[in-house]
Design a protein around this ligand. Sequence first.
Ligand code: CMC
Length: 437
Amino acid sequence: MSNQPAPPAKFQLTNTATGKSTDLPVLKGTVGPDVINISAINKDHGVWTFDPGFMATASTESKITYIDGDAGVLLYRGYPIDQLAEKSTHLEVSYLLMYGELPTSAQLEEFNRSITRHTMLNESLLRMFNGFHSDAHPMSMVSAVVASMAAFYHDTTDIFDPRHREIFAHRIVAKIPTIAAAAYKHALGQPFVYPRNDLDYCANMLHMFFAVPCEEYKVSPLAARALDLLFILHADHEQNASTSTVRLAGSTGCNPYAAISAGVSALWGPSHGGANEAVLEMLEEIGSVDNVTKFLSRVKDKSDNVRLMGFGHRVYKNFDPRAKLIREMCHKVLGELGDQNDPLFELALRLEEIALQDDYFVSRKLYPNVDFYSGIIYSALGIPRSMFTVMFAIARTAGWVSHWQEMIADPAMKIGRPRQLYRGATTRDYVPLVKRG
Ligand code: CMC
């Protein structure tokens, strides 16, 4: 873990104009930096704190995921991500995130059974896809259909009933692959393929994506394992933008499906989950290793507004442990399923190598993140680019519901309501239209 100097036992805030001081309590986590509780500042001094982008603000307390960005550590409920990636499955990890502990065999069997029994969609929900144009982005369909679940599953709307919350969590984790597959089939104009209870989570998803009624489709075990690994790595990442969105929306007491839909929408942006789609677009635009230097000069030129997609992270300032595991899986998947000499993978490897020797990236601590290589695996699995961020959303659903549950179950939950630094006009009188020229 990082070598930060031990902070003082307490922080004192003094307003030098009034001489008034306030002792600010320091909260200790089980690991990680201490956190100063600033909630008395407004009462004592009449001021707000200002931290655009939450660069130094802990928005909540949580027991789910821990990241040490300097050391490249990611823990789900205390378990290192590399151990989970090697030994666990996405469903077991989902259970761990939701319930706090690894399941016993009986608990895992029951969880698997429950998820498997909830994979089908209400037929009316399925028919909603017909309302979308075939070129609709799948993220817009997924976000809309997830929000519409609020209108279908009324037995999960009492957010203060733990059993309702549990059914909701199982239902959304179970149905989001089915929703994603329906969005994909709709875009292709192919018939929808119903879920199969004899297949595991990822094999079932690949089957719903790629099977057609006219011939048998056999799921490749390596493809299912690769997808499962990607899902484990994407399952949670503490208070990232989409999870914070789910928490903020959920803090109003809104329908939980609406909160998850808000998370899907937040994930879509290229600074967040949309980066996996943007990485492949960028690699295609670069085209060949010969163009890397020219492209990187554009990235370094601040007036050009071009970023090296899949590089950099708000929290990881050394390496992203997920990127390392994905790069290894890339070699395996391309070796067995795709083109071992996939030019885009070769280009990505070379681009990473060149960037990591360039002072611009080194001095800013910019390293490949989880999205730099994930798109290359998705492509090798036959998943089209427009579906990449949907894949991320499927995986992250486990994290979103875990954070939502943690927040709602907390008796101290409050509606999220930030303040602002107002720099607009002060009070002025309304001018009638005729006098405005
Ligand atoms: N390419 C070029 N320059 C970059 C990049 C990049 N990818 N990322 C950061 N920088 C520069 C940035 O211009 C700034 O330079 P300067 O100090 O000269 O102004 C410095 O590095 C710090 O960047 P920042 O934008 O202040 O950092 P941030 O923590 O606000 O942003 C980020 C983090 C992930 C949004 C950003 O690194 C980025 O845009 N990366 C590309 C998009 C991407 O891959 N996103 C996926 C993130 S991982 C998955 C997920 O979270 O969903």
